[in-house]
Design a protein around this ligand. Sequence first.
Ligand code: FES
Ligand code: FE2
Length: 382
Amino acid sequence: MDANRAAITDMTETLRILAALPADQAQTLPGRFYTDPDYFDYEVATFLSREWHCLGRVDEIPNPGDYFTTRLFAEALLVVCGDDGQVRVLSNVCRHRGMLLAEGNGSTRRFVCSYHAWSYDRSGQLSAAPRMQEKGVDGKTCRLPEFRSEVWNGFIYANLDDAALPLAPRLQGLNQLLAPYGTQGMRHIQSFEEEWQTNWKCLVENFMESYHLSVVHPKTLHPYTPTSLSRKALSGEAFTSYCANYPDTVATRGMGADSLSPEERRRSTLFSVFPTQIASQAATLLVSFGIQPLAVDRIRVRWTLSTYGIELTQDELDTRITLWREVNLEDRIKLEKMQQALTSRHATSGHLASEDYEGTIADFHRYLARQMAVGPKITTVA
Ligand code: FES
Ligand SMILES: [Fe+2]
């Protein structure tokens, strides 16, 4: 066994032991889990390339022909609303010589390649290939490959593994938590994409723990969601969640859906669909982040904001967008600094805070341990 392989075997065993600790003795992962490039490659081979990843929201592309582009590992993706109103996740790579077909977002009847003008309809079928008649290239034989996709509560997920089990059955408990909010029918306001210099797990853990809220966000979040009021909520095989409750002294942030109870109106419900989606659902605002791991210390974050109905004015929405941008920057500064410290051999395993504050991190580690126990997928080439 070579040195790298032995180190990964050791780390997998460490993860198994840490994830098996009782909840009240839960511990952090040593820094190496966030900084070792070989371990990152192993995570990609073992489960990241086989899992469901949230790409965005159906409310970003409500009409036939609406699309946005994004990436998942090596694949460039074109997420499009078809003529039948169904979302499809297509390969964004021209079938002629591999040009990137579409960029950004928009709405179109056809996707026309900028290189030699092959064009594809909204289902990905080739509709024209100039000067190629004698080659027999036509829509019957040529189309953009489609990836596995699923829509759950208005979120669009894709999976690069054709054999993956469906996602929705693993999220049933989470349905219960989100049902009163009308998550499915929220209306898109804005999307952003940015790169952060951090390990993908650090952002999942940061978003899902309330311990840092009053320290890192004293002016932005603490007045509404102080650490002291947060409570861990449901978790399951593929998700975890907690409630960030508002103090009695602050006003609610809108009424939202009729089905919400007074308590639900006075909290943000934060959840993660493992491995890479993190989201905050409040009465009138839904913010969701899709984390795309690029390297051991680099991620692309694609985040969307959606609102409930037309209750909030544009000014109110602008204020909420500004607040989220400030909060993200506060988190990003901390995570990018921590990434540099985590390389230290002294970044060892230590105590996690109590269940309500950091119990979601222990849930995440249990999920990671289950995935790593399976090992990498062996692909044989005939
Ligand atoms: S690469 Fe797209 S038409 Fe040639
Ligand atoms: Fe934060």
